[in-house]
Design a protein around this ligand. Structure first.
Ligand SMILES: NC(=O)c1ccc[n+]([C@@H]2O[C@H](COP(=O)([O-])OP(=O)(O)OC[C@H]3O[C@@H](n4cnc5c(N)ncnc54)[C@H](OP(=O)(O)O)[C@@H]3O)[C@@H](O)[C@H]2O)c1
Length: 317
């Protein structure tokens, strides 16, 4: 479709980028076409994207020249990094820089950068309410993204800063789902006290990004926060109980306890949840659900998402 505007999608075989690819390809009348970026054009996922109608090209976010080639001739790009693949905020910052410079070199008209807060703007390194990690971060996977915003701005890349939320999919893939305690009761464990947590179905991030591309220039230079619903631990536990037909409790632990759980990234996530708890108003106010729904009319609530994913959430033995 040579008359369609091409959106180059980083992470096209993953959660955020995949949602955007499916949103564009699912809209037969879209003004946009998809260029899916992958490291391996021969993978099953890449072949499936090609079969679904995407142009599939190879590039790596660690290789700026490959990104510049992949962005060439496109109208826009969706830019995302993959912290949990390497746990390195420095690498994440370098990758964001590669994407921003490639976007500039290719002369893109609209870029969406998938970002989060730099928690150090709220909790300076000198504030010992939470430990400083890796010598210079409070929440490494947030801080690196927030710090990278400036690269897009300084280069003059026409960027919308998409401020994402906690994926409810973490309850399936990240080991955060209901688990049975020593008492035999099901519980979800989170260190957020009574705070409400903005969450979203991962698929809805890409759908919301599609809404941003459709709105176009009006959202360039803007920060757009998104969420499907803001829910307390008790409310999420109640929704699980309703789905599973069994009592599910909310086990509120202190962030220091969560940090000590010992799995890779537990300290980063413990600090993250503490930030969301201690700065609940700031954190929630930039993620309005109504405005997200205006961008993405099919936005799912937590209960919608649970029902749609019932098969993926087995009742723990
Ligand atoms: N989990 C949450 O609650 C949450 C919330 C907000 C933000 N985030 C952020 O979301 C980001 C991850 O996004 P996601 O969930 O969409 O990722 P994902 O589902 O893990 O997708 C990763 C995809 O990106 C591609 N990829 C990986 N490394 C690459 C590289 N070096 N160059 C080019 N492509 C590469 C891979 O595709 P190929 O193998 O095909 O190349 C893979 O399919 C993280 O930075 C995380 O901090 C997560």
């Amino acid at each position: 479709m040579p008359d369609k505007k091409i959106i180059a999608v980083v992470g096209a075989t993953g959660a955020q980028g995949g949602g955007l690819v499916r949103a564009i390809l699912g809209d037969r009348d879209s003004e946009f076409a998809v260029r899916a970026i992958t490291r391996d054009v021969n993978s099953d996922k890449a072949k499936a994207l090609a079969a679904a109608g995407a142009e599939v090209v190879a590039a790596d976010v660690d290789d700026e020249a490959s990104l510049t080639r992949a962005f060439q001739g496109a109208y826009g790009a969706y830019c995302v990094t993959f912290f949990w693949d390497h746990y390195s905020p420095d690498k994440e910052g370098a990758e964001a820089g590669n994407m921003a410079r490639a976007a500039k070199a290719a002369g893109l008209k609209h870029v969406i950068w998938s970002t989060l807060e730099d928690v150090r703007d709220f909790v300076p390194l000198s504030d010992d309410r939470m430990p400083t990690l890796m010598g210079q971060y409070k929440v490494p996977h947030f801080d690196a993204k927030g710090e990278a915003d400036q690269i897009f701005t300084d280069l003059g890349v026409p960027t919308t800063f998409l401020v994402t939320s906690f994926y409810w999919d973490n309850f399936i893939g990240f080991g955060m789902g209901p688990a049975r305690g020593a008492d035999g009761k099901l519980a979800i464990t989170l260190p957020i006290g009574d705070a409400k947590l903005p969450g979203i179905a991962a698929e809805d991030i890409g759908r919301s990004a599609y809404g941003i591309f459709k709105k176009g220039p009006a959202l360039i230079g803007k920060r757009v926060g998104i969420a499907g619903e803001h829910l307390s631990g008790n409310e999420m536990a109640a929704a699980f109980a309703n789905l599973l037909g069994e009592e599910v409790r909310y086990n509120a632990v202190d962030p220091s306890v969560y940090r000590s759980f010992g799995f890779p990234g537990a300290d980063d996530l413990g600090n993250m949840f503490q930030f969301k708890r201690d700065f609940e108003d700031d954190f929630r106010s930039v993620r309005p659900v109504d405005e997200t729904r205006a961008l993405n009319p099919s936005l799912q609530s937590f209960s919608d998402w649970l029902r749609a994913n019932r098969e993926r959430i087995p009742l723990p033995a």
